[in-house]
Design a protein around this ligand. Structure first.
Ligand code: BGC
Length: 461
């Protein structure tokens, strides 16, 4: 490679987009208990603020594909950085609930754009032999971003200062500025330039990235790939093919179950749940969530090492069984009033099982299950499903707790039953997985495509 450091520098700057994605999704968790008392917000208002961010992400993810094909990857990332900055500043300085919701919606749009454009840009600028590593680091970066938000929230949280949540959001402006400044030094994606017929500009950039002896073959390979992509099926064509039913169902339902196990109630509402479990004061609750963030990062790293060895199905069943047991444990800790440490302990185990399995698996499966020609449309349907189901779970969490509380007459039982619902959904997920989750390990995309076209069943792959 001509300039190894240049590639790593470019990837590192672009990856700040992944960090921001994680940071700005996670930052709300520590802010919630303080925001709630500062603005006297009800649980359902908290749900609305959180969910609006996710709806923004749906919007950002839905349109960034089209826009980044039109105006280029770099400009889209620049727009994301500016929205990240404005959104973080807007959340921190919001004078009332409406402004807060609007600013959170903007932040969500930036998160959605980053979730799409960062991995795309990294994949397009990296030389073939390190592409896999650089791209799979993306999930890891999201978890590191979430951890960074938890740590920053915990350092800032201060029981004697109810307005401290504002500083938590302001911190998000710093990585946004780093991304903004860093982007000034980044070149446009050579692949995009080639797709626009700007081969000369692309060549100038590729000369800095690739070895001179592979430069020409790399340009030819890119031109060929772009031509093939031109033959991609459109959205409506995708839906008209009968054999597409399995891949579409698998991509949508793997994301449904990734969210239905309740992961983001822990990621976004962790401190709020710990307060319900009996923690004294928001400061301690926010601090406890740092351990959740650490375990999330560590077990995501573990999954990078074992995902290709164990295969998808085995990892799926290990993760789902572990989550089933630990969700029941969380529920029982509430039901029998076992105290905050039992809740935190079982949540740490729960997060470990999620991070090693469903976290990376969801994203991996949607990138593998579609035949080449519908990969673009297919994986965007998968990520939209991810954001959509995420929003649904997060929007209904406190509503479920309140409904069960009225039904059982006890706060603790209300929370316990809600986690039992997630446990029940995990069981349904396992039954679904038994019949419908394909083992894609070591199977080529052509084999998968042939399998669907020949009327093969998912679990026969
Ligand atoms: C999920 C996110 C979740 C994150 C936690 C991802 O795979 O899609 O919804 O917040 O994992 O690490």
């Amino acid at each position: 490679m001509r300039n190894k450091y240049f590639v790593w520098f470019m990837a590192a700057i672009a990856a700040t987009g992944g960090l921001l994605f994680g940071f700005d999704s996670g930052v709300i968790s520590g802010a919630i208990p303080f925001m709630q008392s500062d603005f006297s917000l009800s649980d359902s208002e908290i749900e609305n603020v959180t969910t609006l961010g996710l709806l923004g992400a749906v919007l950002g993810a839905a349109f960034s594909g089209i826009i980044s094909d039109k105006i280029g990857r770099k400009r889209v990332m620049l727009a994301a950085a500016i929205i990240f900055f404005t959104g973080a500043f807007g959340c921190g300085s919001a004078s009332n609930l409406t402004n807060l919701m609007f600013a959170r919606f903007c932040l969500g749009i930036a998160i959605g754009i980053a979730s799409f454009s960062t991995p795309l840009y990294i994949a397009e600028i990296s030389p073939a032999h390190i592409r896999g590593t650089l791209v799979s680091m993306f999930q890891l970066l999201i978890t590191v971003g979430i951890l960074a938000a938890f740590v920053s929230d915990s350092l800032i949280s201060d029981n004697s200062n109810p307005a401290c949540w504002r500083t938590m959001f302001y911190v998000g402006t710093v990585p946004a500025i780093i991304l903004l400044v860093g982007l000034a030094f980044l070149p446009e994606s050579p692949r995009w330039l080639i797709s626009k017929g700007r081969e000369k500009d692309a060549r100038a950039i590729l000369e800095k990235i690739e070895d001179p002896d592979v430069l020409e073959s790399e340009i030819q390979r890119t031109q060929l790939a772009i031509k093939e992509e031109g033959e991609q099926m459109s959205f409506t064509q995708t839906f008209r093919k009968k054999w597409m039913i399995y891949p579409l169902m698998i991509a949508t339902l793997i994301m449904f179950f990734q969210q239905a196990v309740g992961i983001n109630t822990v990621i976004y509402y962790g401190p709020a749940i710990f307060l319900k479990a009996g923690f004294e004061g928001a400061e301690a609750a926010v601090m406890a969530s740092v351990s959740i963030g650490v375990v999330n990062v560590l077990f995501t790293i573990l999954s990078l090492f074992i995902i290709d060895k164990l295969g998808r199905r085995k990892l799926f069943f290990i993760g789902m069984s572990g989550m089933l047991v630990t969700l029941v444990l969380i529920g029982c800790s509430f039901l029998y009033g076992m105290g905050p440490y039992a809740v935190v302990g079982s949540m740490l185990l729960y997060i470990a099982f999620f991070a090693v399995s469903m976290g990376p698996l969801g994203w991996l499966i949607i990138s593998e299950v579609f035949p080449t020609k519908v990969r673009g449309v297919g994986s965007s349907i998968g990520s939209l499903a991810n954001w959509g189901f995420n929003a649904l779970v997060v929007w209904t969490f406190f509503k479920m707790i309140n409904a069960f509380t009225i039904f059982t007459g006890s706060d603790n039982a209300g929370t316990a039953y809600t986690f039992f619902v997630f446990a029940a959904l995990t069981v349904i997920g396992m039954i679904w997985g038994k019949y419908f989750l394909p083992e894609t390990k070591g199977v080529s995309l052509e084999q998968i495509e042939g399998h669907w076209k020949n009327g093969g069943k998912p679990n026969e792959l």
